[in-house]
Design a binder for this molecule. Sequence first.
Ligand code: NAD
Ligand code: IPM
Ligand code: MN
Length: 341
Amino acid sequence: MSARIVVLPGDGIGPEVINSALDVLNVVADDLEFEKHLVGGASMRAFGRSLTDEAFAACSESDAILFGSVGDPSFPLDGADKPEEGLRRLRFELDLYANLRPVKPRLSLADASPFRWEHLDGTDMLIVRELTGGLYFGGKHESSEHRAIDESVYTTAQVDRVARVAFRVARRKVTSVDKANILETGRLWRTGVTKVGEDFPDVELVHMLVDNAAMQLIANPRSFDVLLTENLFGDILSDEASMLTGSLGMLPSASLGDPGVPGLFEPSHGSAPDIAGRGVANPMAAILTAAMMLRMGLNRPDEAEAIESAVDKALTSGTRTRDLGGIAGTQEMTQAVLAAL
Ligand code: NAD
Ligand code: IPM
Ligand code: MN
């Protein structure tokens, strides 16, 4: 069955890694229709806005959205609009409240990781990050030159819906992360998650304060199954957890809303201005993101699996980008995946 995919390559390494993902998708699924739009700094340069109404409309009418990354250091951080705003708006307006970031270290990358394999072996976690609330979407109204305020707001409905996603996908345990010892939103979070947990008696629920969680991720990565967290904590902990796999360049993600709403599929990394334009970015996060899109967004698990095992094969063959300690460029890494398909 054909599907309409809106592709938003974005800025920096976004277009480089999205090209790789498209090359791979074209081989495993020849019936996908792609429609490209600008987002982020690229859209600001062309249209003066980080996301045009036309691009947003195309996204909301699509079957799935494949996103690269946004962020461009030539735009000021305090602009009324900025590249990251395009992504924030997409998540908010499509109400994509559950961001899923799987962290599963591969044996084929054991030597690329700063951790010994015996320490990582058996680690298989899914970070479920709330994506439409907290500090990202609270008021900033009272900020002035000498005083800044970011408001963090959560409602019980927001906690409830993302917690249900976490419990539904959990195999054995949900570790819910908060700062309930200090924050009001943390207490609301803990109460809300506990309540949802009562509907899932077969899933163990553990509450963990965020500072401890940051430590436990490194000390006992195997102990996690689903790690459920609010927006900002999930942003930070997922970059941290990515290093268990060897590189942030390995971490895909899916941002999902209610049934019927197109998912936004985005590597967890950013536009990496420090390496953009040099053809050295690791395309694996984007390629694995395309697999997540096939599985979760389009209900095509066989093709998703074909991509994931090709990624494994390519890495086992020894081809590695520089973030993984290798010498391959983006193209060469992509070719290795294509050859394995
Ligand atoms: P980043 O994720 O872009 O890069 C962090 C570090 O990881 C850099 O050293 C980079 O070279 C490296 N890295 C990231 N992805 C890589 C890949 N695929 N292959 C090899 N190395 C990779 O984070 P940053 O540098 O803090 O932010 C840069 C810009 O990206 C900022 O404007 C930020 O707002 C934006 N950003 C966007 C997203 C997104 O679009 N989802 C995510 C994170 C950051
Ligand atoms: C991510 C990014 C974004 C976030 C930025 C670009 C708004 O860091 O997707 O992890 O903080 O959510
Ligand atoms: Mn991030």
